[in-house]
Ligand binder design. Structure first.
Ligand code: AMP
Ligand code: MG
Length: 326
């Protein structure tokens, strides 16, 4: 039974999953961003199992997911005006806010910090599960620490398998990259991790926002670790859009690009086109599955075309750079 994949469209699966969460178990579930590995956010023992299953270092805090605003008071100590505005604009949705925490949230969840990361996901399965469990659900991405995040139930089974009590299958994640994280715990709002809610969108609601540097003295988001979201196969980002590498003799290389391939691209052992029309939303949705497919082929190297660093392109390039860091 452990590690079983059940269809989330069956209400019996949601009931079972909710019960597993309430009794300290681990349930992997879809959100609009990536699949999460969920546990009761108020239960330190359950949280310990999440860290163990992912082999996640304990300095790395989890995001707490809520289904409605009543649950916010259970998690968050106080809400600044800017937080209220961001919630009004982007919740439910792929935006995580770092705010002062309630004492009842276990230290393990927040890595001993006085703040907590909280998000209201916009995915019917995530919402149904949190409601059924009757408690906020702490959930990091459902993959071994440091690897590419999962965007299908099968990705979760491949990476975590029997370390999960149940995997709810709700199909591929519609966004495909992790949430945007904004900290409101300091004197000024700070972007800790770019995501599908873009800097431009944030700025229209709260004005200028500072971007935390990735070489932070002490990373408080693993999104800030220089190597993360990484494939086993070495990955190299090409110099410009349309650039192609010179391959060594016998080099078995993969190529990942955003739009139309060229005839000459058949010299690569494997090719992934993220969007025929060059649409960045479609590219983000397909990115992690494409990286995983390339990574499974035992290639010598994966070459990736860069995309324009605008809008969602900022999040895509952020993930690719961390993946490319040796
Ligand atoms: P993951 O769900 O694996 O993508 O990781 C959750 C992200 O939220 C990580 O980057 C965490 O470090 C970040 N996070 C969670 N809690 C906090 C917090 N209190 N302060 C800053 N970042 C946090
Ligand atoms: Mg993660």
């Amino acid at each position: 039974m452990k590690g079983a994949i059940l269809s989330a469209s069956d209400s019996e699966s949601i009931r079972l999953a909710g019960k597993l969460i309430r009794t300290g178990g681990l349930v992997a579930f879809p959100t609009e961003t990536v699949y999460g590995l969920g546990c009761d956010a108020m239960n330190a023992d359950a949280a310990a199992k999440v860290f163990e299953a992912k082999q996640r270092p304990q300095f790395d805090p989890l995001i707490v997911h809520i289904a409605d605003l009543k649950q916010l008071d259970v998690v968050v100590g106080s809400l600044p005006t800017l937080g209220q505005r961001l919630m009004d604009a982007f919740w439910p949705g792929p935006l995580t806010l770092v705010l002062p925490k309630q004492p009842a949230i276990p230290d393990l969840i927040t890595a001993g910090l006085s703040t907590v990361a909280v998000r209201m996901p916009n995915h019917p399965v995530a919402q149904a599960l949190i409601r059924e469990a009757g408690t906020p659900i702490a959930a990091p991405s459902a993959n071994p620490f440091g690897y590419v995040s999962p965007t299908t139930a099968q990705h979760v089974a491949d990476g975590l398998g029997y370390n999960v009590d149940l995997i709810l299958d709700g199909g591929p994640c519609p966004v495909g990259v992790e949430s945007t994280i904004v900290s409101l715990a300091g004197p000024q709002p700070e972007l800790l991790r770019p995501g599908s809610i873009t800097i431009e969108q944030l700025s229209t609601v709260i004005g200028a926002i500072r971007r935390a540097s990735s070489v932070n003295q002490k990373p408080i988001a693993p999104g800030q670790l220089s190597r993360h979201y990484a494939t086993q196969t070495q990955l190299r980002i090409l110099a410009s859009v349309g650039a192609r590498p010179v391959l060594k003799d016998n080099e078995r290389a993969g190529l990942l690009i955003y739009s139309q391939a060229r005839d000459s691209d058949n010299r690569f052992a494997a090719l992934e086109v993220l969007s025929r029309t060059g649409d960045l939303r479609e590219a983000a949705r397909h990115l992690f599955a494409a990286l995983r497919r390339l990574d499974s082929l035992g290639l010598d190297r994966i070459y990736v075309e860069p995309c324009k660093e605008e809008g969602l392109g900022v999040a895509i390039m952020d993930r690719l750079r961390r993946c490319a860091t040796p």
